[in-house]
Design a protein around this ligand. Sequence first.
Ligand code: X2X
Length: 348
Amino acid sequence: MTTDSAKPQPQGANRRRALVAGATLPLFGILSSRSQAARPKYRFKFAGNLPMTHPINVRVKEIVPKILEESNGQLEVRMFPNNQLGGDSDMLSQLRSGALEMFVLSGTNVLSTMVKQTALYGVGFAFKDYSQVWAALDGDLGAYLRGVIARVNLHAFDKLWDIGFRQITSSTKPILTPEDLKGFKIRVPVSPLWGSLFQHLGAAPTSINFAEVYSALQTHIVDGQENPLSLILIAKLYEVQKYISITNHMWDGQFTLVNGKVWAALPDNLKEVLARNFNEAAMREREDLVEVNRNVETELTKFGLEFHRTDPELFRKAISQAGYYKKWRGTFGDEAWAMLEKYSGPLV
Ligand code: X2X
């Protein structure tokens, strides 16, 4: 057991201090001897829901000292991963109020309870593969989503981080067909689109922040959840789940969000340093996940998980017949829907 799992764990000030010190101490040494540098003028907390060992956080940890150096000691980013500042709903409130400066969050997650359009890319069975995903998110769909996010006074960097294609896990039985989902108690993130996908499959979805997922599975508040294989491994969900069904029912990524006022107040040269480092880190992280994905099934099998292939088309047909696409086309509006279909092909 490392300390970086999604399990409830002591997350006291010591751990936090160790993290921050680990990230900044060497540079602080250089700066103080060079220029007697004072405390950085800008000190941003960067928070998120993923364990420290997730490639997103590994890559952010790498750029923290670079940002400090390239900003001549003016901009310090301090990391608070693994829900240290609370669940996603808490972190989003903190981000909006400015108590938190930066938050890495999926557009399909709680962000979409504030501005529903950010979940557009999470429509079930929209993207078939990564070439479609990156064409869309690095293209017009991504630009559209950043525009939507800007309207609620948050700034999103250009490059999304990869989380991955999502698969269903269960502790009670393998899910092979939509029939198996009838009445199945499954955790979904706090987001209407997600709940709707599983309702249209006849399941019984419960919205739970990621911070609570491990314990919700352990105590059988829910019997299953869905996440990419890499995260099932990294967050050790294999300890509390038995079966994995490859459904690829949606792709997910995370935006790096900055509080709008905080962003506006940052001088242009520091904006450039911050954005460039985060965008480059995201590109590297996408490659990291390609690597992780090469071995993830073998790893999870070693931990006792049983893999099952499904025919995703069965699930897609079921939601289509139950009116899922019609409902969400209406909710998102024709213009937004057309933007998605430009990359995914027709969704009916
Ligand atoms: O909450 C989840 O399941 C996670 C970590 O994948 C998201 O942020 C959507």
